[in-house]
Design a protein around this ligand. Structure first.
Ligand code: HEC
Ligand code: HEC
Length: 364
């Protein structure tokens, strides 16, 4: 073999080992099947189920967790932007809560660690724009509802009294029971011999190949837990509706953003890191259960999965970290078919009965 041929051969062999382009998808973690359900303490999760639906956990008793996280919508709310507490409105989309226990980061800007669900629950209960309640107020309310006090004592012991921080732990235990459900795609990921519909199979190959989705959407939820800028357009209602702008600015103030009154667009993870490079970055969302949780993106500006795939295909909006993909119409349809196939039918969820306060008003 001549010298140059040997060199070319060496380069090609080397390249087979290290030049795996994104098309191969091999350098990214894979998609993973759904793990076994979480082991929970049944009495604690049962108490948490009651509390999730309990409106007296909000300041004026008007709303529960389930008012914004609807079981019939995969625990999202179907609105582009979430409502806020009475007299406020929020500036982001309410995320679904199926399989939330498996998330690495919580909130669209990733401000909380996924391992700390009780803190997320506490923020939901106490923040002025979610439920606006005080921990000591609600612990006394629970003490004044005989059936809930009994459930509390089943969970925490016969002598125990309702206590704010434990209340958040109970709701977090309930959240751990919300699984997105097994799908045909999970069976393929487990190596079972199942036949996927042709479009789904094609979409699954595109997801890790030409579509490059696997770069960011990987692991068990289809999320790497990191934040990227896709250049998603602002939702016009934030600038147009004073109540949403007020909440946005309050969020910046709470997070210690410098010169926060001048931040009139949602800068995503920048409010957490204060690094300029993070402006406009949001945490990669999980992709399980998407058929239940639209509209999509951190501000709900994209109504359908077709819109979302077309947006990624054109390389996103201004400042995006995506590359244009040049997908054909058929390939976009196949990707949507795959995303839909990764949603299981909604798991059944019943509402607990509503209970009154002690009739005599005397706390036990
Ligand atoms: C007024 C509407 C509203 C209410 C009430 C509400 N939430 Fe939320 N929830 C949201 C919104 C909006 C977000 C996303 C906030 C963000 O990213 O800035 C969120 C985020 C979350 C998250 C993080 C999810 C993720 O994927 O990052 C959890 C967990 C959660 N809520 C649980 C609860 C629980 C439990 C309750 C009741 C104690 C509750 N929420 C009450 C609107 C609400
Ligand atoms: C560079 C990382 C990256 C790549 C590559 C990527 N995405 Fe995304 N994706 C994101 C981020 C970040 C968001 C949320 C952006 C926002 O709201 O500002 C998102 C949003 C989505 C959503 C909306 C989910 C929801 O609940 O709102 C879907 C669906 C989605 N991506 C599918 C795909 C598909 C399909 C591909 C491949 C064609 C892909 N993504 C490639 C990072 C990425």
């Amino acid at each position: 073999m001549s010298g140059w041929r040997r060199t070319l051969g060496a380069v090609l062999t080397g390249c087979l080992l290290i030049c795996k382009g994104p098309a191969a998808g091999a350098e990214y973690p894979r998609l993973e099947p759904l793990p076994a359900p979480a082991t929970v303490k049944p009495a604690l999760a049962k108490l948490g189920w009651h509390l999730f639906f309990e409106p007296r956990l909000s300041g004026d008793g008007s709303r529960s967790c389930a008012s914004c996280h609807l079981p019939s919508r995969g625990y999202a709310d179907g609105q582009p932007l979430s409502r806020g507490y009475n007299g406020t409105e929020y500036f982001r989309n309410a995320p679904g809560l199926l399989s939330v226990r498996l998330k690495a980061r919580l909130m669209w800007d990733g401000r909380l660690d996924g391992a700390d669900l009780p803190t997320a629950v506490r923020d939901m209960v106490t923040e002025a724009h979610f439920m606006n309640a005080d921990g000591r107020l609600i612990q006394e309310r629970i003490r004044q509802i005989p059936e809930l006090l009994a459930l509390w004592r089943d969970a925490f012991g016969a002598q125990s009294q309702p206590y704010g921080p434990q209340l958040f732990v109970a709701i977090a235990e309930f959240l751990k029971t919300l699984d997105s459900g097994d799908t045909l795609v999970d069976r393929v990921l487990r190596g079972d011999k199942v036949t996927l519909p042709p479009a789904v199979r094609e979409g699954m190959a595109l997801f890790s190949g030409k579509g490059q989705c696997i770069r960011c959407h990987n692991g068990v939820l289809g999320s790497d837990g990191k934040a990227y800028r896709l250049g998603v357009p602002e939702h016009p209602a934030i600038a147009a509706e004073p109540l949403r702008m007020i909440t946005l600015l309050r969020h910046h103030a709470t997070m210690g953003v410098p010169n926060y009154m001048a931040e009139r667009k949602d800068p995503g993870t920048y409010v957490v890191s204060k690094q300029a490079a993070d402006r406009g970055r949001f945490v990669t969302p999980a992709l399980r259960g998407l058929t239940h949780t639209g509209p999509y993106m951190h501000n709900g500006v994209l109504a359908t999965l077709d819109d979302v795939v077309a947006f990624h295909d054109k390389g996103g909006g201004p400042g995006s970290e995506l590359q244009p993909l040049g997908l054909t119409a058929r390939e976009r349809t196949a990707l949507v078919a795959f995303l839909r196939a990764w949603s299981a039918p909604l798991p059944a969820m019943s509402e607990p009965p509503a209970y009154d306060y002690w009739l005599t008003g005397a706390a036990r």
